[in-house]
Design a protein around this ligand. Structure first.
Ligand code: ATP
Ligand code: MG
Length: 511
């Protein structure tokens, strides 16, 4: 992402400047289909490399220099001096950026203007001046229908930037066909370094058949990652079988996993194929593996060693070829220490390890994900919701997101239904207390920034303290102390050689 230009957008930013800026890993797509910039990312690409960008410029007296500039930036421009002319020029089903110069129109023309401002396919930027902004009707039109507004005179480059993003946003609307929506289902969105690293890991891990262990807080995308690995692996044509070990009563788990023969117990009227066997040729995803009772842990270990299962009540050893991916959000190391989880099983399950970054450590991705969710679910609202208020964005960055991506999806979906204007506010997200209006002392701001920096350095280096400390320009001992102060020491599980031993950190010299 480049810097966000806001120089002449005076009354606060109402745009969603991230149009299509997300990088995605489309789970169902062809291998390595992810990580391409979106079509809507209009700003930095050379004009000839983009989709045709169409722009409608509505002004009583259009500025020929502005037209010439925008043409040189690759815009296909149509100019209209009246509402009537404008509505004739707009082709149905095409996406347009729009510039509407409100300074030249009389109040009695606003009703007419509203008919074109309302068009779904248009992404409007308004030009205005101070006197116009005192008119309540002008303010309403801008609020309801425009991505942003600028005071005239405006730097042409700024306007090019703004219409680029408006165009990106409406281009996304164009993709809202049922087919595209279903393709979106399993898309992983992420642009930050931690997510890019995750995508790289997914690709690498998909090329092998070794077991994978995914660790991450609740709602960070563990299942989505497991599916992404499967979809990119040689097993993608076979099934992906998820099983939530925590959701199945313990006494049923054995038969659920391994199946049973007819007559194996009272009520076993016919043979049942277990989940392990049904995943033959494909991938078995063992979710909440920490909840697996010891009895099932023993059976699973046996299966991992021998590659064969035995149905309950059966005598036959059946070879099954599955790739196992497991996940947990609990501290398995503590479970191993307490004797609730077998270390030998863990080492079999965790040949490769993937860590899901928590949402609060994903920087800009928070905003990008929020827009992604808004686009996916905006039809749930009777209104045409266009984005988020600056307060909402601010609150999203300040909030800690304990429920991670799942919580963000839920909050945005609820806000879409509850919002009473075209823009979702912090209040709609139920995050009003996290807006900038809350007074924040410098000390609090510093502390929050420090915590964020430490957390992302730890993520970048997979909790290897020496490297994280070097990045941060502090000693390992200082880092360790700061992690304690910020409550970051016990948050993760550390094992498998990726992380250094957190419990007994040998001092390494000066602080
Ligand atoms: N990077 C992402 N981009 C888009 N959607 C995501 C992303 N990560 C997670 N999601 C969505 O967030 C929700 C939670 O993801 P998922 O179920 O994979 O999380 P989880 O870590 O398995 O959660 P839990 O620990 O609660 O089981 C899902 O709806 C998923 O599609
Ligand atoms: Mg899950």
């Amino acid at each position: 992402m480049g810097p966000i230009v806001r120089e002449s957008s005076h009354l606060g930013a109402t745009v969603t400047p991230l149009a299509g800026a997300g990088q995605r890993l489309a789970v169902g797509g062809p291998p390595l289909a992810g990580d391409v910039p979106d079509v809507g990312r209009a700003r930095d690409a050379k004009p000839e490399a983009r989709l045709e960008r169409t722009l409608l410029y509505v002004a009583r007296t259009p500025d020929p220099l502005l037209c010439a500039y925008l043409k040189s930036r690759g815009w296909e421009i149509a100019t209209a001096r009246t509402v009537h002319e404008a509505s004739r020029l707009v082709k149905p089903e095409a996406a347009y950026a729009g510039i509407v110069d409100l300074t030249g129109f009389a109040p009695r023309e606003f009703a007419g203007l509203e008919t074109i401002l309302r068009l779904q396919q248009m992404g409007w930027i308004a030009l205005t001046d101070d006197s116009r902004l005192t008119d309540a009707e002008v303010r309403r039109l801008i609020r309801h229908y425009c991505f942003d507004y600028v005071h005239v005179p405006v730097a042409h480059a700024t306007l090019d930037y703004l219409v680029g993003h408006a165009f990106g946003m409406v281009s996304l609307c164009d993709l809202d066909t049922p087919a595209a929506a279903s393709q979106d289902e399993d898309e992983m969105v992420g642009t930050c370094e931690a997510m890019q690293q995750l995508f790289r890991t997914i690709r690498k891990v998909a090329n092998t058949d070794a077991t994978v262990f995914i660790s991450g807080e609740s709602g960070t995308g563990k299942e989505l990652t497991a599916l992404a690995i499967h979809e990119r692996s040689a097993r993608r044509k076979a099934t992906f079988v998820p099983i939530n070990c925590g959701a199945i009563p313990h006494h049923l788990l054995q038969s659920e996993l391994f199946g049973y023969e007819r007559g194996a117990f009272t009520g076993a009227n016919q043979r049942k194929i277990g989940r392990v066997e049904s995943a033959n040729g494909g991938t078995l995803f063992l979710d909440e593996i920490g909840d697996l009772p010891l009895e099932s842990q023993a059976s699973l270990l046996r299966f991992l060693q021998e590659g064969k299962i035995e149905r309950l009540g059966g005598h036959e050893q059946i070879p099954v070829d599955v790739r196992i991916i497991s996940a947990t959000h609990v501290d398995l190391e503590a479970a191993m220490r307490d004797g609730r989880f077998r270390a030998d099983l863990f080492h079999r399950l965790c040949v490769l390890r993937v860590d899901e970054p928590p949402l609060r450590a994903r920087g800009k991705d928070i905003e990008i994900l929020a827009h992604h969710v808004l686009h996916k679910f905006k039809q749930d609202s009777a209104r045409r919701i266009r984005g988020f208020t600056p307060d909402a964005i601010e609150a999203m960055y300040n909030y800690n997101w304990p429920g991670n991506v799942r919580e963000l999806i839920n909050r945005v979906r609820r806000a879409i239904v509850m919002a009473e204007s075209k823009l979702i506010s912090a209040e709609d997200l139920d995050l009003a207390q996290f807006t900038a209006q809350q007074t924040v002392t410098l000390a609090q701001a510093r502390e929050a920034a420090e915590r964020r920096a430490i957390e992302s350095a730890l993520l970048r280096h997979r909790h290897r303290l020496t490297e994280a400390a070097a990045d941060l320009g502090i000693s390992r001992v200082t880092l360790y102390r700061l992690m304690g102060a910020h409550g970051l020491r016990d948050e993760k599980t550390f094992f498998g050689g990726e992380a250094e031993n957190q419990a007994e950190l040998p001092p390494d010299g000066q602080d």
